[in-house]
Design a protein around this ligand. Sequence first.
Ligand SMILES: [Zn+2]
Length: 228
Amino acid sequence: MSHIVAISPHLDDAAFSVGGLLAARARSGDRVTIVTCFTGNVAQPQGFALACQTDKGLGPDIDYMALRRAEDDAACAVIGADAVHLPFLEAPHRGYTSAAELFGSRRQDDGMVEPLAAALSERLAELAPSLLLGPLAIGDHVDHWVVRDALAATGLPFLLWEDWPYLRRADTRPNMEPLIRHALTDADRDARYGMCAAYASQLGFQFGGPDALARQTAEIRHENLYRP
Ligand SMILES: [Zn+2]
């Protein structure tokens, strides 16, 4: 039995990007683990960090990260994957104060790569993946780049997925040939939709709702993996 470990920046990225491939591997009997890096809470989010929650219709009294961790547990349950939640803070809780900054250059005081690489090294020593996956960072979200750089810093071999839905918006494909082109079966697509739909708090913001997610998922033919 192989063990596929996907290193997700946020609570949704792995399912959004390679949910079909993970579902296919789980169905064929492989063990699948999704490790999500930025799942930590701050007690009382303020400013932009709070806005990232309230603009999804979730009031300040709701424990936003707890809700999203529960969504991730439900998404993983769709394919029988294990969920691991690392307690690092998302960029809006690390000094990034606008949407533009999330997709701009890394803050000089954002010393996130080193501690994340250390935490990943420790976890991956236990998990012993036979295939390790992470984000290509299409769309240039700073947290996706931090995860990609931290994976590189572990020294372990890994492959990169195309970040969805950024791939769709940016309409930019990587300027190289994928190492693996996983053709989605109907069963893969259904499982992928089921996983993605579990992240209910994100669907309006990311897709315009579950129906739009279903339509966009139906268009996907392949999930591609690249060498770093
Ligand atoms: Zn993300």
